[in-house]
Design a protein around this ligand. Structure first.
Ligand SMILES: Cc1cc2nc3c(=O)[nH]c(=O)nc-3n(C[C@H](O)[C@H](O)[C@H](O)COP(=O)(O)O)c2cc1C
Length: 249
């Protein structure tokens, strides 16, 4: 009997699927089982994680990712939110700007963006970090709280002046006619605030920081043959202690 190795099985399947799609293009797979690599970098052990503060453990992982020259932007993270009552979920990349002993801080439009509108109906959010060269994922689920105006202002003033003006000029995620409309808005705020660097551009009321206070933080280390190590620190509510559990991959 002829035995097929993996490449010939792939060839066989692709041929069949292409033959099917020649007759019915709606059956065509544009992408099918792209090649993946094995995760072999490291493993996690419960005894190394037990008793740790998950925010400090996250910080250790983040510092490692920051030192890794293959990771250009360790602070990029996928933020998901969901609107009620529809339950419709949306995700987008954002940048983690601060971590403190309560949680994970990002800055954004708090009025017109989808995430802001989702939070009006549902205060839960999740973050997912992926540090590919370390073969590590961290997932966070928690409750959104707003930073104070002082905390927002402290960060806002670290941004370049044009980015501060950009926040004023952009009602994030609203529909605009063209690029010109955006540029005209930027120009009008440049005129409003002037060119003088010493004149303060304050944070708009509709823009600010939110902190995701975690209920659950999962540390994921890729394992060979997809037998990953997953450990989750989870708690019932914001006042209770975390329990550490191992999760099946
Ligand atoms: C790498 C990357 C980082 C981003 N960082 C932020 C950010 O920190 N804050 C923000 O509001 N949008 C950021 N964006 C834009 C968001 O992905 C998104 O377009 C925007 O927040 C509007 O999303 P929403 O209407 O779904 O809330 C970033 C995009 C990319 C690709």
């Amino acid at each position: 009997m002829m035995r097929l190795g993996l490449p010939s099985i792939r060839h066989f399947v692709t041929n069949c699927s292409n033959k099917m799609s020649a007759t019915d293009p709606t059956k065509e797979k544009l992408i099918f089982a792209p090649n993946r690599y094995q995760y072999t970098k490291a493993s996690l052990h419960k005894e190394d994680l037990e008793g740790k503060d998950p925010l400090l453990l996250f910080n250790d992982w983040f510092q490692e990712a920051s030192k890794d020259s293959a990771i250009q932007s360790p602070e990029s993270t996928t933020l998901s939110s969901a609107r009620l009552p529809s339950g419709r979920v949306s995700s987008r990349l954002v940048l983690l700007k601060e971590l403190d002993h309560r949680g994970f801080i990002i800055f954004t439009n708090l009025e017109t963006s989808k995430k802001a509108q989702d939070w009006e109906t549902n205060p839960y959010a999740s973050l997912s970090f992926w540090w590919e060269s370390l073969q590590r994922q961290v997932r966070i689920e928690g409750i959104v709280e707003h930073l104070t105006r002082e905390e927002t202002e402290e960060y806002f003033q670290t941004r370049p002046r044009v980015s501060r003006i950009g926040a004023w000029a952009s009602p994030q995620s609203t529909v605009i006619q063209d690029r010109k409309e955006l540029e005209e808005r930027v120009q009008s705020y440049k005129e409003k605030f002037g060119e003088d660097e010493s004149v303060l551009v304050p944070a708009p009321k509709f823009w600010g920081g939110i902190r995701i206070v975690p209920l659950e933080i999962e540390f994921w280390q890729g394992g060979q043959y997809r037998l990953h190590d997953r450990f989750s620190f989870r708690r019932e509510n914001l006042d209770s202690d975390y329990q550490l559990v191992r999760l099946s991959p």
